[in-house]
Write a protein that binds this ligand. Sequence first.
Ligand code: SF4
Length: 378
Amino acid sequence: MLGLYIHVPFCAKICDYCDFHAFPAPEWLKLEYLDLVSREVSVFAERHPGVFSRVETLYVGGGTPSMLTPDQMARFFGIFSAAGLDFGRLKEATFEFNPESCDGERLAVARECGITRASLGLQSLHQHLLDRVGRHHDVQTGKRALDLLLSRKNLRVNADLMFDLPGQTLNELLEDVEWLAGSGVGHISLYGLKVDPTRRLGIRVSKGLETIDEDLYAEMYLKSVETLEKCGFSRYETSNFARGGEESLHNLNYWNRGEYLAFGPSAHGFYEGVRFYAPERYAKWREYVKNGCPREGLTLDSLTPEDVAAEYVQLSLRTKYGMRLQTLENLGFRAPDAVLEKWVSEGFAELSEGVFRLVGKGWIFMDTVVLDIYSKME
Ligand code: SF4
């Protein structure tokens, strides 16, 4: 399956923990961005005739794509139609909204242009927590945005929640999880806060002005999973939970090592066996596009057979579908029985019908299990 990801790098205000490429932008810069994306997309279409007509899933992420005005959004979608993307053929088309810029007009444009799934950056339903991590929106705006999205027929809705926020209690998190699970959304992404020491929140933590109870991380995660499962959501990836049929096809394609095109600053894609990374900073990306998108302007990663096998181990274990030992063997590698048996006997994983998958606390120690298998693969 071929996916398409586009990075829109604008945010009204930068959250204190953010490590994405995002920044507040004046109108002229957003217009310039649209011109540049249009050039980047048409160069790619010229080099790969017909490629856009093969795309099956679309994901517009950021940053905050809904920072584009309705007119800019219409122009944005037009760029991809002009390149040959058939919105009617897409199995899924997701657009990310942040609460402060989620309104009826933008939603109408998104729907008219073929968006079938909305993802809302809710993060928390407790004002003091939103304030402590420097989110731009308040709880009321978040709930209003969610109501708006849920009021539209035939629109699938995801909402993001975060946990292990500074000052967050287990009860506060579980209240949010339960409320959101009962709100009508079909999909919830639940992420643990990662503290980057170079960002405002990280600096406050390193100065002792803010504390994060890392000991709560595992309990918060496991209890949230329990609550979500009781509410009818199934964990299909370590951070992603869905009611039946609501799984994100676009993201599943990533975890299945499917190919995807990518445009915009810092976007990365996977095409014809090569992982590629666009320049991360906007100014560098602008220069790259203005120079005609030379291939040497991208960071390219051609995968060796070992890389492919390592990716397979890492990505497959993120999902509930697990790692097929036969698939690994088809890639030319095998995981020693003793390594797999150790994780099974310790209660971190199960092995059934040739599929090794994480269970229980194995999800918390996923990176350790992956590294162990990867480093001992033969
Ligand atoms: S909304 Fe997301 S991308 Fe924008 S600043 Fe906050 S964390 Fe970063």
